[in-house]
Ligand binder design. Structure first.
Ligand code: FEO
Ligand code: CA
Ligand code: CA
Length: 682
């Protein structure tokens, strides 16, 4: 007998693209700072240019203001920009071709079950997960990132989240929105549906190879692997063994299960992968108002969108795999319930993708927050390892980690990430900035305010950065480091909640719809420095509300909104990917932007051109080139997510990408190449 399900709707505040509110720290009124930043460059471009620049401006800025040509002959961007699009297709410049690979559901490991709507939860764990995000291409014999074969390698792909309505046969015909779940009539959840949702998350490792015809294909390989939210992991760094990480699964607090909501990623100088945990806090039930700061400051329990814990009552076995998502204290202590489970998420999770048996490690010294991703500064022999990370929520911070021990290529490994100093960034109005050490005894952190130990700081990194006085940002997303100048770029995607009184240096617009990209230069070209100088690289927006590096408005060739993904290819092309929220796409102030897109910028001149437009409802994310730059991989995430509940019930979808049949739209990877075999973007 067919079972009946009812619609489990998401909280309207979340469906509206909203996120929990909090009151940001009151900041001085820096209303004029952005103008001042541009004015400074205008000064530099005038008669005083070189004299002033030589005192203050880093090399790249000097070359830009002096009008020096970019290094690539004829300019760094060698393609004609594509127009905005609201068509359900992927568009690239003339002379390019695209190939879709590894869509959600593609079998990659185990018994390789073929993709079908009826796939079970266990089968999903042998297939590509859903909603591809950050990724990296590791040449098969490579020993260092970006070196080795351009035809043969392991592609590692994060799966950020999923849409239950696309996953379940029982959901077809129901009036479900993207974030709704099918509930049983008693309000509980079906265990295998939940298991399938769990296993649609995590990370995929797939061996891919380019054939003589130029096409990429996945091959069956013992290294192919799925990490899921159930994969056993260990805790690394100062929080390993902390009582606050004790759970019934790990009574000594040294182990945990899996990784969740993996948005962007990082690649270590020793060629391992870090999957970052972004909106993990959405996955837990937590009742009561007595939560510690390490729960409450992260909004755990405010929204529990998937309600996975509600499958426990229906589970004939393994109820624990669902119960772990109920973080409400119900037992006598942390050994009797999962009150501490949320303390096992919010990290960057390292694993050796070349060893299919390697156990991932949560590197707790990199901080706990909504980790969008991490980006490493180029490693220098004998110097500390340095990486940067954004906390993607409105009014959250940008962080940096500096290792205690120096980097040595011959011996470097993940243990370098377990000792060091975590900093948060303060951007000052004069164009300088300071890295604030989040260390007990410094910057106001003390036992009296809850920060007696490094572990206290790491478990509540946000609270520590609040006290230290870091600058609340407009949702820090991806970072990228210029391989030549060392400049660090970060996307700040938007912040509609910033008021006129809250604007400050790198966040210069109230009610910020469009977002911006900031860049900074560490003092003395030393990534371990505690001082830096910053400027805005671009204020995104339409022709009436935007500025490029030259201080001019964007145009039809490059207007964009909500920058998210960011990637420097080895030739210093800066790739910018957009993620306009589902509810905003092709409407209101976002209408001129069309579908989400990818642009390419020249970091020296600030020139930007639109390179690609995606199908309906999706975001473009994930970006990595082969070492020879002839293939650029990107991900198309959540095509069709804008489909209304009514349309879904009627079998309609705003997108049928990439199959264009009767089946569901599917997130997938796209390999972009030039027909003449040249370097992408050049
Ligand atoms: Fe998962 Fe901040 O995007
Ligand atoms: Ca993102
Ligand atoms: Ca996103």
């Amino acid at each position: 007998m067919k079972e009946n399900y009812v619609v489990g709707s998401v909280d309207p505040a979340l469906a509206d693209g909203g996120e929990p509110r909090r009151s940001p720290t009151n900041r001085p009124d820096f209303q004029t700072v952005a103008a001042a930043r541009y004015a400074r460059r205008d000064v530099l471009r005038g008669g005083l240019a070189l004299a002033v620049a030589s005192l203050f401006a880093p090399a790249a800025l000097r070359s830009a203001v002096a009008g020096a040509p970019s290094t690539a002959a004829g300019g760094r961007l060698g393609f004609e920009p594509v127009p905005v699009s609201s068509a359900d297709t992927l568009v690239v410049p003339e002379g390019y071709r695209t190939q879709v690979i590894l869509p959600w559901g593609e079998p990659i490991t185990g018994s390789h079950p073929e993709f079908a709507l009826e796939n079970s939860g266990a089968e999903q764990a042998m297939q590509m997960g859903m909603h591809h995000d950050g990724m990296h291409f590791f040449p098969i014999e490579g020993e260092h990132p970006g070196h080795g074969s351009s035809d043969d390698g392991l592609l590692v792909v994060n799966h950020e989240y999923m849409e239950p309505r696309l996953l379940h046969a029982a959901a077809q015909g129901m009036p479900l929105q993207a974030f709704d779940v099918p509930l049983k009539e008693d309000g509980s959840r079906d265990p295998d549906q939940v298991l399938k949702e769990i296993n649609a998350h995590g990370v995929s490792v797939v061996h891919i190879r380019r054939g003589d015809d130029g096409d990429w294909s996945a091959i069956r390989c013992r290294r192919n692997r799925r990490l899921t939210p159930e994969t056993p992991v260990t805790i690394g760094g100062p929080l390993a063994g902390d009582p606050r990480l004790r759970t019934p699964f790990s009574p000594d607090g040294t182990r945990a299960r899996g990784t969740l909501n993996n948005c962007s990623h990082g690649v270590t100088p020793w060629n391992t992968y870090l999957a970052c945990e972004e909106n993990w806090w959405l996955y837990f039930n937590r009742e009561g108002d007595d939560a510690p700061a390490s729960i409450a400051r992260y909004n755990v329990g405010r929204f529990n969108i998937w309600r996975w814990h509600l499958a426990a009552a229906n589970a004939e076995q393994d109820a624990d795999r669902y119960l772990r998502f109920d973080a409400t204290p119900r037992g006598e202590d942390a050994g009797a319930d999962y009150r501490n489970e949320p303390h096992t998420f919010g990290y960057a999770v390292e694993f050796d993708l070349f060893d299919p048996d390697s156990v991932p490690v949560k590197r707790t010294h990199l901080g706990r927050f909504s980790h969008e991703g991490v980006v490493f500064a180029p490693a220098r022999e004998g110097r500390p390892v340095v990486l940067y990370s954004g906390d993607d929520s409105p009014f959250e911070y940008i962080y940096k980690f500096v290792s205690r021990r120096p980097y040595a290529a011959a011996t470097a490994d993940g243990s370098l990430l377990d000792e060091g100093t975590l900093y948060a960034a303060r951007f000052d109005a004069d164009g300088t900035g300071t890295w604030l050490a989040l260390v007990p005894g410094e910057n106001g952190l003390a036992p009296e305010n809850g920060f007696a130990t490094v572990a206290d700081v790491l478990l509540n990194s946000r609270g520590a950065a609040d006290i230290a006085g870091a600058t609340p940002m407009d949702r820090p997303e991806w970072g990228a480091v210029d391989p030549d100048t060392g400049a660090v770029y970060f996307t700040l995607t938007n912040n509609k909640r910033r008021s006129a009184e809250q604007v400050d240096g790198p966040n210069p617009r109230p009610n910020n719809h469009f977002g911006q990209i900031v860049r900074w230069y560490e003092a003395a070209d030393d990534h371990a420095a505690t001082r830096f100088t910053w400027e805005l690289f671009v204020l995104a927006g339409d022709e009436d509300d935007s500025r490029n590096l030259a201080g001019e408005p964007l145009t039809a060739d490059n207007r964009f909104a909500m920058p998210d993904g960011l990637y420097f290819d080895p030739d210093r092309r800066l790739w910018i990917q957009t993620d306009i929220a589902d509810a905003d796409q092709n409407s209101g102030s976002y209408a001129p932007m069309g579908n989400n897109a990818m642009l390419c910028a020249d970091p020296d001149t600030g020139e930007i051109r639109r390179f690609l437009t995606g199908p309906m409802g999706q975001e473009i994310t994930g970006c990595v080139s082969t070492p020879d730059r002839t293939t650029l991989f990107i991900n198309v995430q959540h095509p069709g997510s804008t489909t209304s509940a009514e349309d879904f019930a009627a079998g309609r979808s705003s997108s049928r990408w990439p199959d264009y049949g009767a089946g569901p739209p599917r997130s997938a990877t796209v390999a972009i190449t030039r027909i003449d075999g040249g370097k992408v973007g050049s």
